[in-house]
Design a protein around this ligand. Structure first.
Ligand code: PLP
Length: 452
């Protein structure tokens, strides 16, 4: 309508004049024009041109139950009317206590305790700091480094960002690099030509073992990895990779932290993916995003009883984990997360597992297009990787931004994507139907064809 168009126009101008958007570049910082989105509905969002678009990335891998869910919306209001906030320093609240218990019941192994944060970066930051503190309390003050991987993404706080592996994001910022041991990206598509998946896995595992030996296990606190690298391009590692790394970690007293900020809460058809999909029980799991389907900023870490009991029984019962957030255990976020978990348990996880093969079957057909080198993924996560030349799998040059061009064409046709240089990633709301997947795949086919 006319007035909606006027409001979008005003919002766009206000944003351009006053809003600093995430990940800006120096030439446009504080003056960027991004499309303003209006009402969401299920898997759809409306844009400022009045178009109804499929929300292909579910916001940022988060809107798992879909937009405009009335149960979650009502819960936000009801909890705000009940108890809008309490200090987590001195008190606790019912929603966070119940949520911690229920998350503990879903988490693998003995991960029965939960610390809540404001999102993914703060969850990762909390886990890293817990790992270092754990070693200080045990008298292992030199055991402080973290193993991370190229292509990983773990957040935007100083320490969590220092784990990130995208070169473009590392060019102009400062990082705690001396704390990080960076290993190769376990990307099967980019493995050496002619190498089997097993040999590729063994090479990655050897690299891990060699790094532990070279730095010394007594200098390494933890390994952190996404079960599936999300922002790195939906990288599914070769079979057995995590299990082998878990064993090396156990042998060397190195904590295994699974960053499930994207993969937890339904994306792969389970509340947590580490054990269900990769047969691994981590020492700590970080989560965020899907825990509230994006309706409230909330994250957290699930921690093993073994780790906590070691701390409780240490020689330093007075040693403080000096770490906590004003909004730890936020009652509104936790109340929303409880209802969100009800929805997942009440059929949405089943639906996700059921529809996943159909999703991949449909998207895989895009490989018939010349521009497409590979379509890959797991659960309701997928990535289309474009290549300049299929024979050599040459990636499209980094400055061509072919993903942005595909996204532009797809938006014209009714689908919002997440472009990543020469890739497009998709992680639709889990409520997506077969018919909607058909539409999505048709639009992608047309959009990529127009890009060629
Ligand atoms: N970890 C992973 C795997 C992520 O994908 C992200 C965000 O995309 C984060 C951590 C950081 O989460 P947040 O942006 O909520 O701070």
């Amino acid at each position: 309508s006319h007035s909606a168009a006027a409001l979008y126009k005003k919002a766009t101008q206000d944003a351009k004049d006053h809003l600093i958007q995430p990940w800006p570049s120096a030439g446009s910082i504080g003056a960027e024009a991004r499309g303003v989105l209006g009402q969401g509905e299920g898997i759809y969002v409306h844009d400022d041109r009045g178009r109804k678009l499929i929300d292909g990335p579910a916001g940022m891998w988060c809107t798992n139950v879909g937009h405009r869910n009335a149960v979650l919306a009502d819960t936000l209001r009801e909890q705000a009317m009940e108890l809008s906030y309490n200090s987590p320093w001195y008190t606790s609240n019912e929603p966070s206590a119940e949520l911690a218990r229920r998350i503990g019941a879903h988490a693998p192994g003995d991960l029965n305790h939960v610390f809540f944060t404001t999102g993914g970066s703060t969850a990762v930051e909390s886990a890293l700091r817990l790992a270092q503190y754990y070693n200080n309390v045990r008298g292992l003050e030199g055991k402080k480094k973290f193993i991370c991987r190229d292509g990983g993404y773990h957040g935007s706080t100083y320490l969590s960002a220092s784990l990130n592996g995208s070169q473009r994001s590392r060019n102009w910022m400062d990082f705690a690099d001396d704390m990080m041991i960076r290993l190769s990206c376990p990307d099967p598509f980019r493995r050496p030509k002619g190498m089997s998946l097993e040999a590729f896995r063994d090479q990655l595992v050897k690299e891990f073992a060699d790094a532990v030996a070279a730095h010394g296990a007594d200098t390494i606190a933890a390994f952190i990895g996404e079960p599936i690298m999300a922002s790195g391009g939906v990288i599914v590692p070769p079979e057995g990779y995590f299990k082998a790394i878990r064993e090396i970690c156990t042998e060397n007293d190195i904590l295994f932290i699974a960053d499930e900020v994207v993969t937890a809460f339904g994306r792969l058809g389970h509340v947590f993916a580490s054990e269900a999909c990769f047969d691994v029980v981590p020492d700590i799991i970080t989560f965020a995003k899907g825990v509230t389907s994006g309706y409230f900023p909330l994250g957290g870490m699930a921690v093993s009883d073994r780790l906590l009991s070691t701390l409780r029984n240490s020689n330093h019962p007075e040693a403080m984990y000096a770490h906590g957030l004003t909004y730890s255990s936020h009652p509104i976020g936790c109340a929303v997360a409880l209802k969100n978990l009800d929805i997942l348990e009440g059929g949405l996880l089943d639906h996700t597992r059921e529809i996943t093969p159909y999703f991949h079957d449909k998207l895989k057909r895009l490989e018939e297009l010349d521009l497409v080198g590979e379509v890959r993924g797991m659960g309701l996560m997928a990535c289309i990787e474009c290549v300049a030349d299929r024979e050599s799998q040459n990636p499209i040059r980094l400055d061509t931004e072919v993903g942005v061009r595909i996204d532009r064409h797809c938006q014209e046709l009714g689908l919002l994507l997440r472009p990543l240089v020469h890739m497009c990633v998709m992680s639709p709301p889990l409520v997506i139907t077969r018919e909607q997947i058909d539409t999505m795949a048709d639009i992608l086919h047309e959009g990529i064809s127009r890009t060629m």
